[in-house]
Each structure stands twice: as C-alpha cells, then as structure tokens.
Design a protein around this ligand. Structure first.
Ligand SMILES: [Ca+2]
Ligand SMILES: [Ca+2]
Ligand SMILES: [Ca+2]
Length: 661
C-alpha cells in the first residue's frame, strides 16, 4: 500500500496505490475543487502522471490560479444578535439579506470572537495577527495617562498612542507577496493607514458623518454631498415595492474604486465601516420610515414623538444603520458578481475573492438615555469580556469554502492573518510567523478539517481575552469547551459559567456562577492555569495597583528626586520602599506644537522618536534609580514605572531646559 499527500501552494496531490488493485491520483485546488481525478488509468500510468505533476508543481507552473483577492469587511459594534444568522430568543428585527446571501455562499461561524471587547485592540489584532495583550494595546484610550483617584484600587496599563510601526502588518505581508493593498473607513490604531503598509487609503466616514438634526435633512437625488441613488435596493415593501434609494456613501464608493483600479493584480481590501457605532443616525429617510413602520414608531421619531428608550431592539435609527451596512456589503458582492476577473479569464471576481465578514466587538446597548440595541441573551456588551462584548457575527466566503456551511467551534479574528497567508500562498519571515497568535482555519473553511489546529500542529482548544480596563470590569477571560472563566488577578476574584452542555444551550446568559461548586474545582484550576500561562506567554500588562488608593495595605515605590543633564534623564527611588521592576519613558509633544485632535491624516516618520509611545528606560542600583536618554528635539517627557508590589507610578511631566523638581 502506497499513500502520499503532497501540498504545493494551494494544490494538493493525493496518490494511493495498493499492490493488488488500482491506484488513484487526485490533484485538487480550492479554486477548482478537484482538478484531476484518475480512476481509469493503470497503476503505472497513474504513477507516471503523479511524478509528472510533482515536477510541474516544483516548477511552479501550476500556480496560475494563485493569489485570490482578499476583502475584510469589518463592522463597528455590530452585536451577535444584531443579524439574523444566529438569532436566539427575540427575533432580530434588523434585516440583512446580503449577509444571508454571503452565508449561503460560504461558512457561518456560530462561535466567533473578536480579539477584544473594544475597537483599537481588535483592529490592531487583526492587522498584526498578534493578540492585543502581546501588542500592549488592550483598549481605546491610546496615549492617555490616567492617574488613579483615592477610590480606585486598580489602574489600567498605559497604552501607546499608536500601534508600533515596527510590526509587520497584514498589508505589509500582502504587499510583499504581490498584492495591491487598500484601506477604506475607520482605522483607530494610529495615524493614517499609509503608515502601516496600505497603498490606497481613504478614512472617510462616508454616509455616517454626524448630522445636525437626525430627524430631518434627508438628502434628495440632487443633494451635493449625499445624492440619492438612481438604483433602488432592499427593502421592498408594500409602500415601496420597487425598493428604496440610498444616499451616496463615499466609503463604499472608495472600496469599489480601489477594486476597479487594481483588479488586474491580486488585491487586499480592508473595508472597515464606521457604522453601526454611535452617533445613532441615518441619512436614509426612506429606510428610517420603513423601520418606523415596522417598529410602530412615528416617522420621523423625535424627542416628543416616538420613543428611543424602549428596551430590546426597537430603535429604528439603529436598524437603519444595520441595513445600510448590509446594503454596502451587497454593493461589494454585486460588483464582484458582475465583474470579470482579468487574471482568470472566464471567471468573475466573486469566484476568486475571499470575503471575511465580522465586527470589531459586541454590540453597544445604551448611549445616555437612548437604547441602541440589545445583545440578549448574551451578557453585557462592548467593553466587557462577557459574551455580549466579544461574541460577534462572522461569515467567510471564497474559493473552496463549503457553501452554506456552518462551523460551531471557537474561532477568533486573530485567525485571519495565518488563514489569509495560507489561502493566498503567501509567506512571511519565520520570526514574524512565530509572533502570530491565531491559527490557520483554511482546513475548516474547505471542509478538509473539523478541528482548528495551532502552529504546533495540536488542536486549539481555547481562546483568551485580556481587558485590564473599565474599573470593576477589569478582567481576563478564557473560553474552553462549554465553559468560560473570568479572572480579576489583582482582586483575586473568579467567575465560572457553563455556556453549553452536550452541544445544547445551558447558561449562555452567564447567570449561574459555578466558581464555588466543588464539582468544578479541578476544571477551574485547569482553566486558571491555562489562562495565566497564556497571559504570561503574551506578556500581558496590568491591571496594576493604584499608589493613591486610600485603602492600600502594601507600600508603593516613591520618587525622591528627578534630574536631567546632557539629555540623560534620571529618577531616584526612595530606598525605604519597594524597588522598580519595569521602567519606561514617554516623550510628550512640545507645548508650541499642539497635537491635532484626530491624527488619522498624518504620515509620521517611523525613524523619529514617537510621541506618547513607551520606550524602555534603564533600571539601575537594584531598582532604586532609573535613567533614559532623551533624544534631541524632545522638549517634554515622563517616566512610567511598575514597582515590585505591582503599583503603577507615573513620574511628573518634565520639561527639558527647565528646573526639575
Ligand atoms: Ca435574538
Ligand atoms: Ca467597536
Ligand atoms: Ca442586554
């Protein structure tokens, strides 16, 4: 019995022969399903063909179908229950026909997770393939020093102003492998996406720019900025049987423009919508009216007519945002369906393009008095590691993805990077590959594997989150099998929930804390140790103790003296207290060069000292002094210290050239 499987690029050759009977050779490719299948040839001929194919592959001749296009279609704050795909309990009233079509073309992931419960860390995670804990970007408060108040026992870590330019991004990787790279929409991990390997960039908010008054000012066909489309689209109602028009959306148009201009080469389009994040509004009066009718609200709903404080999913403004996103997805899908692929004659782009659809975190439920949406039956929403904050809709469609399929295992958007490398037959340096936190899920997508296997070739059994933010909700969490465990390391508190049992729903609401149930003591121990091993392996930072907390029982390190001479900044630490364990310095902007409020239009010099980004400082005298070199041109700086007792201590802001305290 002979049995070989050989992989080259996206091709797989499987050869098997028995001594007595026939032999079979299958050459397959995800774009083409089975390319060659020999049943009728003799063993000798099949074997010769096998050798010949091996030779062809080595020569790379078979790679003509390589490099499918990639689109990441990313929605902001779209909750797991905000689409009809995995709808539990109360029926989702928002309609997403194009997402349903995408799911029919590909695979729906019923237990998909964002890397974090908020924007920046999830986005940084997708674009680097690295866990937000490893990146040190665990929330959206970038470049902000938050000194504790006497009532705060814990402090969040300091987060850099922007994602480090040294990281290899997915855009860099795709560009290095012959792709054209484009980013449209929200970024939120630093200055302009040009700084991170994207060639075509448009950060436009599109149709989601703020409105003075959301109850009126709906554009007409002649509107200058948001003209209504000639073409009619979903929804088709009794009132509007031919459908409705949509106002011009620069974000969607930019995405179509990028594809049109670059389709003769492989492209990677990163399409990150600003919706369905607040402000909760729509420019589409017809769509709003449709949802007002459906939800029994007057049109337009105002502060006196209509009620936006009703519980559940009853906000017609929010509903309109969800369907607008779906319309945008439909525009992209229609373009791919109707456009010939110049690189693959006879094929349309839809046959040679992967679409990864998901959301950066769970749904937002409330903004001031207004109800936005509801993640029920999931617990909480964005900025929480509970299911409502991190479980998100996810669909992947593309060449070789099993149509209309479903995967119920645990997946994470951190899996995109290695999966995209695999399906595009792209390579990155081995030391970069080691940094990737996710797993290649291409086997699951094509139905050749039922399990997700990590880089060590073992089944990946769990996912973890690290979110040392949000006061009382500072937590790390691990999901494995039926269970989810939460740890507040500093407070020493834990929670354990059983989401499912024997494949059926159990406590998806996370209502019944099993942490004190002796039946689960061993399980808790195992999960805690796995979680802490992951946190350690990813160098997770925080939460820390607050030195100014009124109830402290431990002592915090104190700075006794600051000095600066010839660009050398130094600190002395009081020898009676604990020593310093970690030390960093950040550079602050010069007072006469005020920062722009939003910096997404900026192209920064990556070789210059970066403002509000942590640089390591040197720890001397067994932890009782700290020094750092301040580069020329930097006029203000500040030390950030972690002491042996895990207190986070911010040094005073220091100005170069002034007397120091
Ligand atoms: Ca529901
Ligand atoms: Ca978000
Ligand atoms: Ca809720």
């Amino acid at each position: 019995m002979l049995d070989f499987t050989i992989h080259y690029s996206l091709f797989t050759i499987h050869y098997s022969a028995t001594a007595t009977a026939s032999s079979i050779l299958r050459l397959s490719h995800p774009l083409e399903n089975v390319v060659i299948n020999t049943h009728n040839l003799s063993t000798m001929k099949t074997f010769r063909l096998f050798l010949y194919l091996c030779l062809l592959m080595t020569l790379g001749i078979a790679s003509a179908l390589d490099k499918p296009n990639i689109i990441i279609f990313y929605v902001d704050d779209l909750g797991w229950q905000d689409v009809g795909l995995n709808d539990l309990d109360d029926k989702c009233p928002y309609e997403t026909p194009n997402l349903d079509k995408l799911a029919a073309m590909g695979m729906n992931f019923t237990q998909a997770y964002s890397p974090a419960p908020s924007c920046s860390p999830s986005r940084a995670g997708i674009i680097t393939g690295q866990h937000p804990a490893q990146l040190g970007m665990t929330h959206v408060y970038l470049g902000k020093v938050t000194e504790g108040r006497p009532k705060d026992q814990f402090l969040s870590p300091y987060l850099d102003q922007h994602l480090n330019f040294d990281h290899l991004t997915l855009a860099d990787a795709m560009k290095d492998n012959g792709y054209k790279t484009g980013h449209v929409g929200k970024w939120h991990i630093g200055p302009n996406a040009d700084n991170y390997g994207f060639e075509f960039v448009d950060h436009s908010r599109g149709v989601h720019r703020g409105m003075k008054d959301r109850t009126k000012d709906f554009p007409t066909a002649k509107d200058k900025q948001y003209p209504l489309s000639q073409e009619k689209y979903f929804p088709f109602s009794d009132k509007k049987p031919d459908g409705i028009s949509y106002p011009y959306d620069q974000l969607t148009e930019s995405a179509l423009k990028f594809m049109t201009e670059n389709k003769s080469e492989p492209f990677f389009l990163n399409m990150w919508h600003w919706m369905v994040h607040w402000p909760v509004l729509t420019r589409n009066g017809e769509l709003l009216e449709y949802y007002c009718d459906k939800m029994g609200q007057p049109f337009p709903p105002t502060s006196t007519a209509g009620d936006m404080t009703l519980p559940g999913q009853q906000n017609p403004y929010f509903a309109s945002m969800v369907t607008t996103i779906d319309w945008s997805l439909g525009r992209v899908m229609d373009y791919l369906k109707n456009t010939d692929d110049p690189r693959n004659p006879g094929k349309k782009l839809i046959e040679t393009t992967y679409i990864f659809f998901s959301s950066d975190n769970g749904g937002a439920e409330q903004k001031a008095k207004e109800t936005i949406s509801d993640n029920f039956p999931l617990k909480y929403g964005k900025t929480n590691t509970e299911e409502g904050g991190v479980r998100v809709p996810m669909v992947v469609a593309g060449p070789g993805v099993t149509q209309g399929s479903r995967f119920d295992g645990l997946v994470n958007q951190l899996d995109y990077f290695p999966t995209i490398l695999k399906v595009t037959a792209s390579s990155i340096a081995a030391d970069q590959k080691k940094l990737l936190s996710g797993a290649d899920i291409s086997g699951v997508l094509t139905g050749t594997s039922e399990k997700i296997v990590n880089t060590e070739g073992k089944e990946r059994t769990h996912l973890f989150w690290h979110y040392p933010h949000g006061g009382g909700s500072m937590k790390s969490a691990i999901r494995e099998g039926d269970f989810k465990l939460y740890q507040h390391a500093q407070a020493g508190s834990y929670e354990l929930y059983r989401l499912s049992k024997d494949g059926a729903r159990q406590d998806i609401e996370e209502n019944i804390n099993l942490i004190n149930d002796p039946e689960y003591a061993e399980l808790t121990k195992g999960l805690t140790s796995k979680l802490n091993a992951d946190l350690k392996a990813h160098n997770a930072q925080g939460p820390y103790l607050n030195p100014t907390y009124k109830g402290n029982t431990l002592q915090a390190a104190t700075i006794s003296q600051s000095a600066l001479s010839s660009q050398q900044a130094s600190l002395s630490i009081d020898p009676k207290g604990p020593a310093i364990a970690q030390a960093y310095v950040i550079y602050l902007p010069s007072p006469d060069a005020p920062e722009k409020k939003r910096n997404e239009d900026t192209l920064l010099d990556p070789s210059a000292p970066q403002i509000r980004v942590k640089y390591p400082a040197e720890i001397k005298d067994k932890g009782y002094s700290v020094t750092a070199t301040i580069p020329k041109g930097i006029t203000r700086y500040r030390f950030i210290l972690i002491d042996e007792n895990n207190f986070l201590i911010y040094g005073e802001e220091q100005a170069v050239g002034l007397n120091l305290k």
